[in-house]
Write a protein of this length. Structure first.
Length: 453
């Protein structure tokens, strides 16, 4: 059986090649499931399995990856080996600039100190470098490996073409984004922020997003996974309030998503494509066909062109190596520095002081105690919950829980991932975006909290 549209024919096999891998990718990366009474994702289950299977060896594996990223890059700068320079993939991984080389070297030093407890404890303690290496990186190594090979199921078999068509009239006027970003945004929001950054970076490098669009998606929708939001509630003794909590996150997050793309710095990003990519402009939809039908045919066309899984495996391998060797060292270096500043200096308390009048204006109880949690989330998203766990007011703890997620930019993970990617985002952008998201979402969260409490 064949169907013809615009001079092209598609078989049932073409449609199945689109539907089956796409549904599998959605299930693996986006659908929350209940396991032993806990809501989680397949990617999180995979990460836990790998972490448990390799056990104490995982921090060493992360350390080896970081060490290789530095020493091979250093060797490449020194010797210019032909075997690396002739490969586009290897050259992009190891022929790096001085800033990237310095970051990898710093990460390597932090890894050695954290693994063997060498040097000042404030560098390798469980709250700083030890937390990043033994807590975060062990999970990221497993997630990046799993997601790197699963992402092609979303990217290469027509799912983005389908959503890009049917969501075009929603995403462009509402969020100033192309329709295909809808699935990207959902992966980031419902799945995991780290996976969202991977997907956005991949689409940007392939010429599907402009600099502005990639920056908007990467800094607007990359929330933490649902299971981690539950961890925050547990820390703040608010687990009984999950539904109003997550509902508040959605309302405040959507408000920020409507406003942020329309104001600087995101609005001033260039509407030009990645210099090394072939630009893919949005297609004009024929007037004589429905959005849904045209989306199905676009998806079938993409699936039809996937003749084998070999390009998928190659692309997945490239995804994994890129995230391992380019992003993980940045997370180790910047995450460690950020948590050191948060734990051992009063800088974030000083920076939080200007928020005391705002919290008082919003009638948030224990405003002085809550103020220090407002800014410290820039270092690590879990720190506000730790600092706020001793606050007596349940309403204030609720505000802290919601705000720590909707601020979105925290340097121990998402912020470092963004800086380590090819996305057109720098540190100045992240600081401004963090402050603006705080100012936008805090009044909304406070209003909802007053209604609830």
């Amino acid at each position: 059986m064949k169907e013809v549209q615009e001079g092209k024919s598609y078989t049932i096999g073409n449609y199945l090649k689109f539907i089956i891998p796409s549904l599998l990718g959605i299930f693996l990366l986006m659908i929350p499931i209940s396991v032993n009474g806990e809501v989680t994702l397949v990617v999180a289950i995979w990460a836990d399995f790998i972490d448990t299977f390799f056990g104490a060896a995982m921090p060493t594996v992360a350390g080896i990856i970081i060490g290789l990223s530095f020493f091979v890059a250093l060797f490449t700068k020194w010797q210019q080996p032909y075997v690396i320079l002739r490969s586009d993939t290897l050259r992009s991984l190891f022929d790096v600039g001085p800033i990237a080389l310095f970051t990898r070297g710093l990460a390597t030093i932090f890894v050695v100190m954290s693994l063997f407890h060498i040097g000042p404890e404030w560098i390798w303690s469980d709250a700083t470098g030890g937390n990043i290496l033994f807590g975060l990186l062990t999970t990221l190594v497993a997630i990046f490996f799993f997601a790197g090979y699963v992402l092609p199921l979303l990217l290469d078999f027509g799912l983005l073409e389908f959503f890009g068509t049917i969501m075009k009239k929603v995403m462009r006027p509402v969020f100033t984004l192309p329709g295909r970003s809808s699935i990207d945004s959902l992966v980031s929001w419902l799945g995991d922020g780290t996976i969202g950054v991977m997907l956005t970076n991949k689409q940007y490098e392939e010429g599907y997003y402009t600099k502005r669009e990639a920056a908007v998606i990467g800094t607007t929708f990359s929330l933490v996974s649902i299971d981690f939001t539950i961890v925050i509630l547990l820390e703040l003794n608010l687990e009984h309030m999950f539904l109003p909590y997550y509902g508040t996150i959605i309302v405040a997050g959507l408000a920020a998503a409507l406003i942020m793309p329309r104001i600087p710095p995101l609005s001033r990003k260039a509407n030009t494509f990645y210099e090394k990519a072939e630009a893919h402009e949005e297609e004009v939809i024929p007037k004589n066909i429905s959005l849904f039908k045209w989306g199905i045919h676009q998806a079938a066309e993409r699936a039809k062109n996937m003749e084998s899984f070999l390009p998928v495996v190659k692309g997945g391998s490239r995804n994994v190596l890129t995230m391992w060797f380019e992003v993980i060292p940045v997370v180790m270096a910047i995450g460690t520095v950020a948590t050191i500043i948060a734990e051992y200096t009063p800088i974030f308390s000083w920076l939080g002081a200007p928020f005391i009048p705002l919290l008082n204006l919003l009638q948030i109880p224990e405003a002085t105690e809550a103020a220090q949690t407002v800014v410290v989330g820039f270092a690590d998203m879990f720190l506000p919950a730790i600092l706020g766990s001793g606050i007596e007011s349940e309403m204030t703890r609720f505000v802290i829980a919601c705000l720590s997620v909707t601020q979105l930019i925290y340097m121990s993970e998402v912020g470092a991932l963004l800086l380590g990617s090819k996305l057109p985002i720098n540190m100045k952008d992240l600081i401004i975006i963090f402050i603006l998201r705080t100012l936008i979402t805090l009044p909304i969260i406070a209003l909802i909290a007053h209604i609830i409490f």
